[in-house]
Design a protein around this ligand. Structure first.
Ligand SMILES: [Zn+2]
Length: 147
């Protein structure tokens, strides 16, 4: 029987950087990051394989706050870029990669040129320079798939 679905604390408080937990299962490290499986269980990968005796023992989860801050800034910038690319140029996302040192977003965009790229960059920077407040909203997976 799979473990019960994990409480996603980051949905309730996206600034939370640590939490207590209890180990509900241990499996081979086959993934390289936090990953939710098809049963809704969020697996956390540790640098070393925890012993099977860890099950049902307490654990402490700690988020790297500086890494989180950098990823959040990239994430927000990519949302601004995505919004303007779609609104002004009909550009639909075909891929995205967010990292600490480099992030990118791919679009299906007709008529892309150096001039359009420069215009898009100017528009994105103009929005970012206004330093808007950013808020977080979450939607159900069903709603997200219906859009
Ligand atoms: Zn997002």
């Amino acid at each position: 029987m799979p473990p019960a679905p994990t409480m996603r604390l980051y949905l309730a408080d996206d600034h939370r950087l640590d939490a207590g937990a209890r180990v509900v299962a241990v499996r081979d490290r086959s993934i390289a990051f936090v990953h939710a499986d098809s049963d809704g269980v969020v697996w956390h990968v540790s640098p070393s394989s925890p012993p099977a005796s860890s099950v049902d023992r307490p654990a402490r989860l700690i988020v790297d706050g500086e890494r989180r801050r950098v990823l959040t800034r990239y994430h927000t910038g990519l949302h601004v870029l995505n919004t303007i690319a779609l609104r002004d140029y009909g550009g639909w996302i075909t891929g995205v990669q967010i990292g600490v040192d480099y992030s990118r977003i791919d679009f299906k965009l007709e008529g892309l040129s150096a001039a359009v790229g420069a215009e898009l960059e100017d528009k994105v920077n103009a929005v970012l320079e206004r330093d808007h407040d950013v808020s977080l909203r979450t939607h159900s997976t069903a709603r997200a798939r219906s859009v």
